[in-house]
Design a protein around this ligand. Structure first.
Ligand code: DQA
Length: 147
């Protein structure tokens, strides 16, 4: 069975009530369900890990190695400074889709750098919750719709 691991970084557990003007009103569970609704019909399994702790996200990447076929990751603020996450993702063999609800390039200057981008296969940003649906399609495309 093909397995996709979705990783959600810090503060994404607050989605729904966190800065709704920026991130919308859908919860993280809603976004996970959206991604699952694209992967399910293709027979692709989804595992989700959210953490506010860098080491937990790094270790989730380690656990994905040799087991998962692709990673979809919204690293939250880790995007902008976690070289530990960069290094962990660099050691993952499969495709990696970096996902952001907002478009960090249109926001504060400190959000313009992504240390994840150099190890990501593709990036989806600025499309709100639709990004989770598109990330599902991107993963199926990258895996050749293998299931
Ligand atoms: C985010 C963008 C990041 O800059 C921010 O720190 C987040 C969410 C997004 O989904 O738009 O926590 O990754």
């Amino acid at each position: 069975m093909t397995l996709v691991v979705l990783l959600s970084g810090p503060n994404l557990n607050l989605l729904g009530t966190r800065e709704p003007a920026v991130y919308g009103t859908a919860t993280l569970e809603d976004h996970v369900a959206t991604l699952r609704s694209v992967l399910d019909p293709a027979g692709v399994d989804l595992e989700h890990v959210q953490s506010n702790h860098e080491g937990v996200v790094v270790e989730a990447v380690h656990r994905a190695r040799g087991r998962a076929d692709a990673i979809v990751i919204n690293p939250g603020a880790f995007t902008h400074y976690s070289w530990a996450l960069h290094d962990a993702l660099a050691a993952f063999e499969g495709p990696i889709v970096e996902l952001h609800l907002s478009n960090p390039q249109r926001r504060e200057a400190w959000r313009h750098t992504s240390v994840v981008a150099p190890v990501a296969t593709a990036m989806i940003c600025g499309l709100g919750g639709a990004g989770y649906r598109l990330a599902g399609s991107a993963v199926l495309e990258l895996l050749g719709s293998r299931s």
